[in-house]
Design a protein around this ligand. Sequence first.
Ligand SMILES: Nc1ncnc2c1ncn2[C@@H]1O[C@H](COP(=O)(O)OP(=O)(O)OP(=O)(O)O)[C@@H](O)[C@H]1O
Ligand SMILES: [Mg+2]
Length: 632
Amino acid sequence: MPEKPAEHTDRSAVRSLLRLWPYVRPVRVRLFTAAFVAILASCLSLVIPLILKWMVDGPVADRDPGGVWLGALYLLLLGIAEAALFGFRRWLVARPLAGVEASMRADLYRHLQRLPVAFHDRWPSGQLLSRGTTDLMLLRMFLAFPLTFLVGNAATILVGFLILFAQDWSLGLVLLAPAVPLIILCSVFEAKYSLVARKAQDQVGDLTTVVEESVLGIRIVKGFGRHRSQAKAFRALSQRLRATELGKARLLAGIWALITAIPELAIGAALVLGTIQVADGSLSAGTLVAFLSTALALRWPVESIGFLLAMSQESATATDRYFEVMDAAEEGAPAARKDAPSEPYAPDAPAGMVFEGVEFRYPDAEPGSPPVLARIDLQVRPGETMALVGGTGSGKTTLTALVPRLHEVTGGRITLDGEDIATMERSRLRELVSVAFEEPTLFSATVGENVLMGAEDADEDQVRRALAVAQADFVHRLPQGLDTQVGEQGLSLSGGQRQRLALARAVVGRPRFLVLDDPLSALDVHTETLVEAALRQVLEETTAVVVAHRPSTVMLADRVALLSEGRITAVGTHQELLRSNAEYAWLMSGAEPGGAGPEVTSPDVRSVAGGPGPATAGTPTQQVPVEEGSSR
Ligand SMILES: Nc1ncnc2c1ncn2[C@@H]1O[C@H](COP(=O)(O)OP(=O)(O)OP(=O)(O)O)[C@@H](O)[C@H]1O
Ligand SMILES: [Mg+2]
């Protein structure tokens, strides 16, 4: 199960809910007016008993039908006014609160886009989805109803008790007596309820994750006939959620029963005492009627408190969950302010793309485990194409992800034409560097829009050229050409077609630096040859790093860097490395290492996808000090 990135100890619902203020601020006038209207409406209902009292002690006692009619008219008018006020309150809040929800959702989305890749590696997407949907809906509902009701009902209870005490303070005390146990019960309930509410909302997130994954992975699910086991997993999760929801309902039912029963007992006791007083003549019948009907009018405000508290708890939880994401730090602005902000150009750093002592470990790596990349020193000269070769899991993808700063280096630095990427504005960095990843990701948009993601302001000619380079001419044969809609994740295209579009996207802006992670893996030999021929032209104009698994891709490059277990172990031309480096020869040909090198880590380089171990005896001896021109 996905770990919950949150801990919830020592949290106060009020403090959580107060964090909503910045979003509520713009609509505060309407919200406060709504609360005021709610108070007014509730207080109107308290006037009704007073009219009753006047009727009983006045016209009824005097047998004056005209007075009774007048009283009835007053009551009718009061009822109409109350209903009108309730309607007005709803009208006041409905629209602005939809706006609050929309702006919170927009903020969440914007924030999610800016959170570092490491955050998304850690968080299941369903948890993020549920925060953007269910939780925000809960919050809107809370602001619309429970919040104003909570305020309105509290005011009503207060005013009601003042009236009760004014009528007869001894009977008032009888009614007030249950307040103490009720308050204690409510606080116990709140503490318990907040825990299950949190659990339920997290479980909704887990459930969303399962649904999302199985929809995205529907091909695998079907291909392996996993629908039964997927359904089982889903059922198990939804059973868990159901159990939690039942727990919630049980808690709510319990508190509701107590909140209803205890005041009822008190009203009963007051009725008995009051009747005795009326019989004694120490209390007028009208006062008793007024007293009891006031008490009855207070029943709903008191009873509703249980479920209002429950909704407030859920909303506090939703707020917590929302802000857990919002509080996660966005990708740093130009980070390295610490060293020489006024001098982004390191005078000694050479041009091209240079890795200097780069070290990287994933944020969620076990403490003490060896870094994924260590002591990477590499210079890609201006205009040069460097192939990056290495066994699977050696860190090639990780290294390429550091250049566009999808991950931040944890040691050393990377410079582009002498400028440290850590001090660069991200927008500038993304202009300089273009990337194409192993798994070509397309969006449900048109083909043209997908390509234009690489450079928004590219014109039609540039798109045409990029498509030509990527040998993506199939686009012109699609029903609507560039305007053809691509299915979700580009799944309506073939793997090779997707790869070529992703390549076109990478080259459309004619970036100065190009990073390609094995961009030709899904192409047939003939298409690959065509793409390579065209790519050769693009590579001539840029400084590029190309991850390569096959000799044919390596041929595109001027030089090759061999990555072995997170270290650059050799740099040179393809021919040089073939001759002098056993691991390289093995990777390129599958042949057994020749006499030159010692035993190479052949089998595990291919099979082990786990973390790279520390440099072992298996590492080739030819530890080339990897600097400019150092390879022989
Ligand atoms: N997001 C991540 N979090 C933690 N570890 C990761 C993450 N991504 C990759 N790794 C680990 O980092 C190491 C290097 O992975 P990387 O993807 O860079 O290998 P690669 O050289 O691109 O392999 P391949 O040739 O199979 O694409 C692997 O051991 C992998 O398990
Ligand atoms: Mg890779």
